[in-house]
Ligand binder design. Structure first.
Ligand code: GDP
Ligand code: MN
Length: 390
């Protein structure tokens, strides 16, 4: 699960990470009130920052400096409600519903620091660079030697000398060095204790007056661990998520929208991947990944059809179920029921294998639902391409 910058900063601050102060606002009036409050505490320079689940906001015009309350009003008016396009959003951009008003910092230098899981090593990796800021992707691609990496055994955790190593390789000295060490340790603790999959600060800055603080925060949380963090689960912002994926989540379906034209309904992630490969080999393009899970019943199958059919790109549907725990006759009844309740206006190819496959096929044959059945996977894929007229 992704969270907004302001929420990421909240999580980090709870673990002692030094973050820039800021107040989130959903209206221009709230933005102005936040700035007035900060001004009363001596802040003279502000930053108005679009809150969307995508980075590269600076490049897209979603991060603006404001030199007065009036400018905060103007920038908030311009940014709230805008369709922000960044290198990380699609070309259609994302609607901005919230802005973060921060006290602007005077930057002496911009660094990058992040923690994530290195799957190949089975360890967490701390990454840091003196070349932080909006061009870090180019730095990583062109001059990877400028990224310092320190691996952390999750069973041991971050050892103090590793935080010292990162801070010193970034060139921090004196009081700022101590702050940087503390920062790295707190960042790692936040990552670990909130079950994050990534906690990334870009930029981490050294301010003109010698402080080390986070100006930005990207925190992604592990969906599978959210049950341990009800407070963090509440940070979900469904506006930022694909509506079909949100709907699928409500039915416990694992659905990810893709760009192709063949809708797939499959049980099990591995079989779903295999089915998508086969569709591609046969010349089609999968429109989605959909794992109906091991407990598919008529309701989930129907929800699956509704979701697949809400995608206007879908020109054919392939149902590929291996009956293990889930019995094929149940799935077949689900398909028939769904076909009675939802108008399936594209060719439907169904492959059932495993427990009660014969009974399942019998139910489908007698149902009057217009569909093609297949026994072999290849046969199913070929029938899909034939249906597409390719
Ligand atoms: P991103 O573009 O989505 O990564 O948004 P960031 O929060 O990283 O902001 C983009 C850039 O705006 C940063 O790299 C900074 O250069 C600049 N910026 C953000 N906050 C401040 C601030 O308080 N002071 C100054 N001088 N620049 C800032
Ligand atoms: Mn950033």
């Amino acid at each position: 699960m992704k969270v907004h910058e302001y929420q990421g900063k909240e999580i980090l601050a709870q673990h002692g990470v030094a973050v820039q102060r800021g107040v989130v606002a959903e209206t221009v009036a709230e933005a102005v009130a936040a700035a007035e409050q900060m001004a009363a505490e001596g802040v003279t320079l502000f930053v108005v920052k679009a809150q969307i689940h995508a980075g590269g906001r600076g490049k897209g015009g979603g991060v603006k400096l404001a030199k007065s309350i009036d400018e905060v009003r103007q920038k908030a008016e311009a940014i709230l409600g805008m369709q922000l396009v960044t290198p990380q959003t699609g070309p259609e951009g994302q609607l901005v519903r919230k802005v973060l008003i921060t006290a602007a910092e005077d930057i002496a230098h911009e660094y990058y620091v992040g923690v994530t899981l290195d799957r190949a090593r089975g360890q967490n990796v701390l990454m840091a660079s003196t070349e932080g800021g909006v061009e870090i992707e180019e730095v990583a691609a062109a001059t990877p030697e400028k990224i310092v990496k320190v691996w952390v055994d999750p069973a041991i955790g971050l050892r103090p000398f590793q935080a010292v190593e990162v801070a010193s390789r970034l060139g921090f000295e004196g009081a700022a060095f101590k702050q940087a060490v503390k920062f790295v340790r707190a960042l790692y603790a936040a990552y670990e204790q909130s079950d994050a999959t990534i906690a990334e600060i870009n930029p981490l800055v050294l301010t003109d007056d010698g402080n080390v603080i986070a100006l930005d925060a990207k925190v992604n949380l592990d969906d599978n661990a959210l049950f341990r963090h009800p407070d963090l689960a509440e940070m979900r912002d469904e506006h930022e998520e694909d509506p079909l994926e949100v709907e699928a989540g409500k039915h416990s379906l694992n659905y990810i929208k893709l760009d192709g034209n063949v809708g797939c309904m499959v049980n099990g992630a591995g079989l779903a991947m295999g089915t998508m490969d086969l569709i591609k080999l046969a010349g089609g393009e999968p429109a989605n990944f959909l794992d109906v899970g091991g407990t598919a019943n008529a309701q989930t199958v129907e929800a699956g059809f509704r979701i697949i059919l809400s995608d206007p790109n879908v020109e054919a549907i392939l149902v590929n179920i291996f009956g293990g725990i889930v019995r094929c006759d149940r799935v077949a009844r689900g398909v028939v029921e769904a076909a009675n309740n939802v108008e399936i206006n594209v060719p439907l190819i169904v492959r059932l294998q495993g427990t009660n496959a014969e009974e399942g096929m019998e139910i489908l044959r007698n149902s009057g639902v217009e569909l093609e059945s297949a026994i072999q996977l290849q046969e199913a894929a070929d029938k899909v391409t034939a249906a597409l007229g390719q």
